[in-house]
Design a protein around this ligand. Sequence first.
Ligand SMILES: Cc1cc2nc3c(=O)[nH]c(=O)nc-3n(C[C@H](O)[C@H](O)[C@H](O)COP(=O)(O)OP(=O)(O)OC[C@H]3O[C@@H](n4cnc5c(N)ncnc54)[C@H](O)[C@@H]3O)c2cc1C
Length: 381
Amino acid sequence: MDFNLTEEQRMFADSVEKFAQKEIAPGVEEREEVTGFSIDTWKKMSAFGLNGLCIPVEYGGGGADPITTIIGTQAFARGSGDFSLVVVWLSHLLLAAMPIVDLGTEAQKKKYLPKMASGEWIGAYALTEPEAGTDATGLRTTAKKEGDHYILNGSKTFISNAPIADVFVVFASIDLSLRAGGITIFIVDRNTPGLTTGKPLKKYDGHSAPTGEIFFEDCRVPAENLLGKEGEGFLAMISSLGWERMAFGSSIGIMEWELNQCIAYAKERKQFGKPIAKFQLVQAMLAEMKIDIEAARYLVYNLAWKKHTKTDTALDAAITKTFVTEAANRNSQKAVQIFGGNGCMREYPIGHGLWASKMSMIGGGTSQIQRVIIGRLLTGS
Ligand SMILES: Cc1cc2nc3c(=O)[nH]c(=O)nc-3n(C[C@H](O)[C@H](O)[C@H](O)COP(=O)(O)OP(=O)(O)OC[C@H]3O[C@@H](n4cnc5c(N)ncnc54)[C@H](O)[C@@H]3O)c2cc1C
């Protein structure tokens, strides 16, 4: 296995990082504090080709493979420092668009993917419910077939992009008694009668990544919007996580952004008459950050490689999710520590990584459930 980037991949990473530094980084704090999600910034990403990065070329995307996708998400996070936009982008691309690529009919692909690849339509992935988080099989949203429609009733919560999305990939049950066996996926357009969304939920941070609730009240979804097969949604969810896991590339990018900020700050900030970078205990924190970054990087590349070569990734995905998100959280704690009091002030953006990394330990399956999965796979129980 050769994990060295090719010349082409290096140039791609470089161009994404430069774009993110120039076009995205300067407005991060204004979006976080004042304006919230910016459609103009989104359009810049679309024009650069990021919003359809791994959507196949025939549907208007960039056709990037998993490794190139990882490299792109990493470079974008490292260059922009905009962790909210990373969430909006990857929820749209990896969570909403890629299941349509993997499971959609030709008609669905033609209808949705070009507009999602161009960024004209923003996607959201709606699985979690007030009573069904870690236990996704306990979802209560129902889908009842009536003629050539399904009638959806229920609600979703904590859904990234819900307040701004045009297209929702929704999990509902055709028969609650079957639990996992009843789960079915639908593509639901925002303007479908019976679908409403709530106001953005108030989070501690990540304000320019709107998160919200979705309500379905006798929501009439055309039968042609069934994604995959009835009752196969749970299996599809597990396999679509393969693409969702490519979002870990952005965690590496966030860690690298933090390390770059910390090195610059430590060289600048003086105490006891010299830059704090001269103190070995500060160097130790920088060293530990770098160790975690490199360990996480190769776990992520390994996962992308296995996805690329269609190798079973269940164990690797759980290991990588746990290690990378927890390494990101360790890193962001050290980053704030190195900035001292300034690390606690909004004037300095370094603290954003704390919440971004904590949320990454919860979304997409918590650290605890990943350990449960690893334990089950190891013991066969
Ligand atoms: C910012 C943000 C964005 C999100 N975006 C989306 C999105 O776009 N789409 C979507 O569908 N969802 C989204 N989610 C929801 C996310 O996937 C859930 O929050 C997550 O799966 C955990 O569910 P929960 O919050 O209900 O916690 P719970 O399931 O209530 O868990 C609470 C605690 O109990 C632990 N626990 C639960 N069961 C077990 C067990 N069997 N063994 C050991 N420990 C256990 C958990 O690890 C956790 O520590 C988002 C969440 C956040 C915070």
